[in-house]
Design a protein around this ligand. Structure first.
Ligand code: PGA
Ligand code: ZN
Length: 424
């Protein structure tokens, strides 16, 4: 007997920052229930899909200061549900229906928070019907590729009240043999960072948005030296076992062709900023750098790529915003060699999947990423695995919103046939 969708309900729930977000619940005629909650960024790119918040609309809940999502929820209940209930679950059909319902290019009317919640709940329903986990549903045949974790140790920028100019100093435990070992290494480094930081007089018992430490080092250089020291002190070899990844998130401090360092009070031209970064990556065991330049400073990206070794992973996050056209431009212009994939920058799971496939087909490395505002949902780990992304970025090792994703990967590694990704 064919299994049909019997009910779709939207719901306002809270994310890890205590801000409202959207959850979609899909019920099938076999009695099963599938739900998905969506994340929300703080350092958002201008070209991202648009999440719908109530602001000054009559539906706004005043205690949420305009951030409530009742309109997005009502679009699920009153526009999307009537079109999909009674049909068979299909991510393609749901996504195309939602595209039809909203002619805007960034889901401005219905809200990308509404569309993505329904899209992912539908993917979970489809996996259930196939008798597979979400990871296996996307993977098809063969062992699962468990992604290499890229883990935040120090936070700055919009995630830690500007403690550092740059947003993340992260580690990549590329010498580990499996995911469980990789995670044990980064937990040790995160703990050592808290211990050594406290010894040096910094506050290390408070955490930033993604569970990292918001230590106000005087410069990115000092922050990288500190993390390298932590890697060494726990008994690992920087550059061999574990290397550093940076998310500069430079759009946040770019304006009118200038990059302004709040740490030093210096204003840099694009060329001067480029020189700073080239020196930084040469001075530390850094193997990945994200958003070194602002989202529309395309020329600087290309020129940077020509100056750094081809082994350096240069990642576009705000540059690409998980958007096919922007990715294609970046491939053609050789602006980067890697893309951060965030489903809520795109708004639909099938279109996000298309973006990652395009990147992979063009030799780009791919990193599936959480947002700074997350939920306890762990679909991200399944799609990162099922799509053979190779890498996953979730934040730090603190906070259930983060550990939900790490723990799901531990579970996949322990229970399914898999190999651990070795992207470096
Ligand atoms: P965001 O940060 O979710 O606040 O955008 C994550 C990132 O920039 O990678
Ligand atoms: Zn980023």
């Amino acid at each position: 007997m064919t299994t049909l969708i019997t009910k779709i309900q939207g719901l306002q729930v809270l994310d890890s920052r205590g801000r409202p977000t959207v959850c979609a619940i899909i019920e099938l005629s076999d009695g099963s229930i599938h739900k998905a909650s969506v994340p929300s960024g703080a350092s958002t790119g201008a070209h991202e899909a648009s999440e719908l918040r109530d602001h000054n609309s009559p539906q706004a809940e005043k205690f949420y200061a305009g951030t409530s999502v009742y309109q997005a929820v009502s679009h699920i209940n009153n526009e999307i549900a009537p079109r999909l209930v009674g049909g068979q679950p299909s991510t393609h059909a749901s996504d195309e229906t939602m595209v039809e319902l909203d002619a805007t290019s960034r889901h401005e009317r219905i809200g990308a928070n509404a569309t993505l919640a329904v899209s992912i709940a539908t993917a979970k329903a489809c996996a259930h019907l196939a008798g597979l986990s979400l990871a296996q549903f996307y993977q098809g045949q063969g062992p699962l590729l468990i992604p290499m974790p890229m883990v935040n140790i120090l936070s700055g920028g919009a995630h830690a009240n500007g403690a550092l100019d740059i947003q993340d100093v992260l580690v990549l435990p590329h010498g580990a043999e499996n995911f469980a070992q990789a995670l044990s290494w980064v937990v040790a480094i995160r703990e050592m960072a808290a211990k050594l930081g406290a010894k040096r007089g910094y506050v290390t018992n408070l955490v930033a948005d993604e569970g990292g430490l918001g230590i106000g080092f005087e410069s990115s250089n000092t922050a990288c030296a500190f993390v390298t020291e932590c890697i060494e002190v726990v008994g690992l070899n920087p550059g061999k076992d574990v290397s550093i990844a940076l998310d500069i998130a430079s759009t946040q401090f770019y304006s009118d062709g200038k990059y302004t360092s709040r740490n030093s009070g210096t204003i840099y031209s694009s060329q001067q900023w480029n020189d700073q970064l080239v020196e930084l990556v040469h001075s530390h065991p850094i193997i990945s750098i994200e958003d070194p330049f602002a989202e529309d400073d395309w020329d600087s990206w290309n020129s940077f790529m020509n100056q750094v070794p081809s082994t350096l992973q240069v990642v576009g996050d705000d540059l690409f915003t998980t958007n096919l056209e922007r990715l294609r431009k970046g491939i053609a212009e050789k602006s980067a060699n890697s893309i951060l994939i965030k489903a809520n920058q795109n708004g639909l799971i099938t279109h996000t999947h298309q973006v990652i496939k395009e990147a992979q087909n063009n030799g780009f490395k791919t990193i599936v990423s959480a947002r700074s505002g997350e939920t306890e949902d762990s679909w991200l780990s399944d799609i990162a695995t099922g799509w053979s992304a190779g890498q996953i970025k979730v934040g730090s090792t603190h906070g259930s919103d983060r550990t939900a994703k790490w723990n799901r990967l531990l579970e996949l590694e322990a229970t399914q046939e898999c190999v651990f990704s070795k992207p470096f």
